[in-house]
Design a protein around this ligand. Structure first.
Ligand code: HEM
Length: 81
């Protein structure tokens, strides 16, 4: 059983540039997406979500509402809120 560490939204906010790592949250989970930024099919706009929640952006870009995107995101999980 792997228990992920718990973070606050303020912790996540501190991670929004490559030198500090880039974290985002989604559905109560925390992800370090630093190594995915350059692989993102939607380019640099992924950085708009750096240090915060994906939900407002993914509400606008419905392409993310698919199983393969959620599975991909899970590979980067580092904690829970
Ligand atoms: C496309 C992942 C954040 C905008 C995609 C696709 C993936 C992906 C896998 C391709 C989906 C497909 O074609 O089936 C992610 C992940 C994110 C993230 C893992 C966060 C960790 C964002 C954010 C935005 C965004 C924050 C906007 C502010 C887009 C757009 C596309 C896209 C516009 C379509 C690109 C195109 O087809 O030309 N994303 N995304 N993404 N993403 Fe993201």
């Amino acid at each position: 059983l792997h228990l992920f560490p718990q973070y606050t939204r303020d912790d996540v906010k501190k991670h929004k540039s490559p030198s500090d790592r880039i974290w985002v949250t989604y559905a109560g989970e925390v992800f370090d997406i630093t190594d995915f930024v350059d692989l993102h099919p939607g380019g640099n706009r992924i950085l708009l979500a750096a240090g915060g929640a994906l939900e407002p952006f993914w509400a606008l870009y419905g392409v993310h509402k698919s199983e393969h995107v959620i599975e991909l995101l899970q590979e980067y999980k580092v904690g829970v809120l």
